[in-house]
Design a protein around this ligand. Sequence first.
Ligand code: ADP
Ligand code: ZN
Length: 512
Amino acid sequence: MLRRVFGYADFRGEQAAVVEHLVAGNDCLVLMPTGAGKSLCYQVPALLREGTGIVVSPLIALMQDQVEALEQLGVRAAYLNSSLSGEAAAAVEARLLAGDLDLLYVAPERLLTDRFLRLLERTHVALFAIDEAHCVSQWGHDFRPEYRELNLLHERWPQVPRIALTATADAPTRREIAERLGLDEARQFITSFDRPNIRYRVQLKDNARRQLLDFLAAHRGDAGIVYCLSRRKVEETAEYLSAQGLTALPYHAGLDAGVRAANQRRFLREDGVVMCATIAFGMGIDKPDVRFVAHLDLPKSLEGYYQETGRAGRDGEPAEAWLCYGLGDMVMLRQMIENSEAGEERRWLERRKLDVLLGYCESTRCRRQTLLAAFGEDYPRACGNCDNCLEPPRTWDATVAAQKAMSCVYRTGQRFGVTHLVDVLTGSENDRIRQLGHDQLSTYGIGTELDARQWKGVFRQLVAMGLLEVDVEGHGSLRLTDASRPVLKGGQSVHLREESVRKREKGARAAR
Ligand code: ADP
Ligand code: ZN
């Protein structure tokens, strides 16, 4: 079937095992990274088993692409979703009843209607495939409440095998999928999440636009995605890049549906389009030659980051994932979490996720090891294909600097943000300092061995390490944490990443 219908020579990774398992009538949960080839895992069994394979998919665009591709291979496939006219939907339903479909893609809300469920009772179902199964998790940003109802498939058709698939693999989400979909007993197929052809790089935000241009200069003519946090920034970035002569388009949920579809089409069909987007863009986009994914703002979690960057290099050719971040991003994300309407439990979880992400950014360890460790995977060696492997960062004993920074936070009453703290440490002479009497403090001017930029880096790293925290109520002022005390008392040393001058010079030269 694989060779005759799909034209592939061999199965990849665990595909063969999944196919056998499903054809034999068993349930399973498939966790594979984007691009691993999850679709074949249910497409081949749907053809091998009698009846129609029912595929639950959350995205209209994705369904259309898949069905078109299948039809070209001669597979009898169709979809049912809100984009179809009543007439077209009726025609698909008639084909289903006549046994004239190998695969039917259905939106979850459609599947759950009484009408459709009654229809299903009159057809022979080969299997149920639940694609993008992480949509069942309310902690992720793709949460779909209807996914929680999908358990009824098993209750009503206990003899029909089910396969749930996702590229999101952190342990809590994995558990939630199994639990919510009643797949606790099902076999799990997990392949490595490593994407060896993607090179990971993290850069400190200094002048983000210039840094982005530098990065894009190495990707002239390449297709790629630039993620931003806000809709406004998406539009500004697209305009800016266009003004610089790049083909850059915006994509976010606030744009007119027609514009969105047109931009997406251009990204898929034309060469070298840079899509500036919020995370509304990406799930289900099947474009193998995306050469880079850049983040101009911090993503909300490491899983989100991994999934977003996973859209690069699906063809296996070299690709880059580039992230640019600074202290301001951290403060903003913390504020977004604290100001959100979410309950305390959820905010706690989001804070933890942000901490993991910051840990990744500041880490001096191989990026791939850090990423895969977050997904419970042990990568045995340094990868040789990330910034930390290629240009190992140096660290320095920053214990004294950390003590100075912390006592400055303490002496100023834990009420000030980084800019002011750095002014005090470096003995800056400005009105605000004089008005507050901060030039009289014992910490005034005790930090002249570092310049303002270096101090900012110290503060940022201390926050990332949990040695200081952002007081969100206090508009981003910094305060001490429980972990500060041992450092202040001299019982614990602190090593920080050296933010090398050399790298900064290199960046500056490239910009000229
Ligand atoms: P996923 O859903 O896991 O992101 P897809 O199912 O979209 O991945 O597959 C990614 C790409 O890999 C597709 O272009 C697909 O045709 C290709 N592919 C999948 N399985 C094989 C295989 N066994 N041999 C060759 N190419 C494959
Ligand atoms: Zn590495």
